[in-house]
Design a protein around this ligand. Structure first.
Ligand code: ZN
Length: 267
């Protein structure tokens, strides 16, 4: 991609840097930052110490780069420009305008689909585990299972997570609550000839108990939690115990007793 870029004439090199950046392979997760946002110094506070060749990099990103630099320096500035764009991107995508641009990309499925079978191809959102650069690469968040995944392509997998930040995906669902999918308790249960495998059954039981405790606490705080299953089996949702597997008849003693050798559940 750099080759294509360098083969252009000098004037093209300085012209449409953002267009080039957005359309380059591997940069599909990024949205285009508005010119007005980039040229407002307030939005760039603190980045001058974070990015080498800051002013040149900014000129390149804002399409006013005009420097007769040798290839080495140009490459350095190009690298800085990408870093600067990423850092500004993390700030931009939590603004009203940035959120709506990322929402369009989310709806188009630009970030891929959740690989988990039970999520039925739910669309993903890019996110960082850190807000500081060079700590971790970008991950993909599924709002349905509320878990995170590595990007499939190595081009995406090498992008710095700080270019998206650790709050963006949560802010998106706060601003557009209708997009937050209904949560489901549906999960895969390993079975051998129809019988639940012991350790996973014990873990599932513990998770179910933990979940119902949490729901109780939330209800105490006046927050209502509904799972998809509450709608599907309306008659049974009154009694939590009835939702559990009928094979679970031995109760909790199993956890500390026969199961303890196989699995420590911390009880
Ligand atoms: Zn998922």
């Amino acid at each position: 991609m750099m080759e294509d870029f360098n083969s252009e004439t000098d004037s093209d090199y300085t012209s449409y840097w953002r267009d080039w950046f957005i359309s380059s392979r591997g940069n599909e997760y990024f949205c285009e930052i508005d010119e007005e946002y980039l040229t407002d110094r307030f939005n760039l506070t603190g980045l001058n110490t974070e990015v080498p060749y800051y002013q040149y990099a900014l000129d390149l990103v804002t399409d006013v780069f005009d420097l007769d630099a040798d290839d080495d320096l140009r490459e350095q500035i190009e690298k800085s420009a990408r870093h600067l764009y990423g850092l500004v991107h993390a700030r931009y995508i939590v603004t009203t305008r940035g959120l709506s641009k990322m929402l369009d990309k989310y709806k188009r499925g630009d970030f891929g689909k959740c690989p988990r079978v039970m999520c039925d191809g739910h669309p993903l959102l890019p996110m960082g585990q850190h807000d500081i650069p060079n700590m971790s690469t970008v991950k993909l968040f599924c709002a349905k299972c509320e878990d995170i995944y590595n990007p499939k392509s190595s081009r995406h997998a090498s992008i710095d997570g700080a270019y998206f930040g650790s709050s963006f995906h949560s802010i998106l669902f706060q601003v557009y609550p209708a997009l937050d999918p209904e949560k489901s308790v549906r999960r895969y249960e390993p079975r051998i000839f129809g019988f639940r495998v012991h350790a996973s059954a014990a873990l599932a039981r513990w998770q179910d108990r933990y979940r119902s405790d949490m729901i109780e606490r939330l209800e105490g705080a006046g927050i209502e939690v509904k799972y998809l299953e509450d709608f599907d089996f309306e008659g049974e949702s009154e009694d939590e115990e009835d939702d559990f597997d009928p094979l679970d008849t031995r109760g909790e003693e199993v956890v500390g007793d026969t199961a303890s050798g196989r699995m420590d559940l911390g009880n």
